[in-house]
Unconditional design. Structure first.
Length: 173
């Protein structure tokens, strides 16, 4: 195969990747409206969340401008042993406020992308990362309206998330 043919094949491959990619972006996040308590409705489980119910994420602004993050839940039942992790987050690029970096373990930072949000009321949010390995569906209340949940799931399917990993989180109060 000559060099010209190889070049043409590469160009076609690159164009097709961009034409058929079902990628997602991030929202134009208003961090002041995002602060407060969010309830986990569903998630791709991570090892430190195994067995946790009534999980919440609390976000508050710190004096240095970073965001304090406290994730907590209870093992196996609402009155089980409490688990809590504290970390911090920040927006590295003000032009992309939906793309945050979060850190729970020393200097290890992870992408925290807010990919969907109820723009009017900030009543729900969906958080992931560029590789779609993490996913959290969040609500301001312990229960989410079923139609809203279905709408979110349908959008995630369009973005080719592997929803077989998605687990609902019991929220019992």
């Amino acid at each position: 195969m000559n060099l010209r043919k190889i070049f043409i094949v590469l160009v076609v491959l690159v164009i097709s990747v961009f034409m058929f990619a079902k990628d997602y972006g991030t929202v134009d996040l208003d961090i002041d409206r995002y602060l407060g308590t969010w309830y986990e409705v569903a998630r791709f489980p991570l090892f430190w969340e195994w067995g946790l119910v009534n999980t919440t994420a609390d976000y508050s602004l710190m004096e240095d401008g970073k965001i304090k993050v406290i994730n907590s839940g209870y093992y196996y039942e609402p009155d089980g042993k409490k688990s809590s992790f504290q970390g911090s987050a920040y927006i590295p690029n003000p032009d992309e406020p939906g793309k945050l970096l979060v850190s729970f373990f020393l200097f290890i930072e992870s992408d925290y992308w807010v990919v969907m949000i109820d723009e009017e009321n900030y009543s729900y949010a969906v958080v992931s990362n560029p590789g779609k390995k993490n996913l959290w569906i969040l609500s301001r209340t312990p229960e989410m309206d079923e139609n809203t949940y279905i709408m979110i799931i349908e959008q995630l399917e369009k973005w080719d998330f592997d929803l077989s990993k998605l687990k609902k989180v019991p929220q019992e109060y």
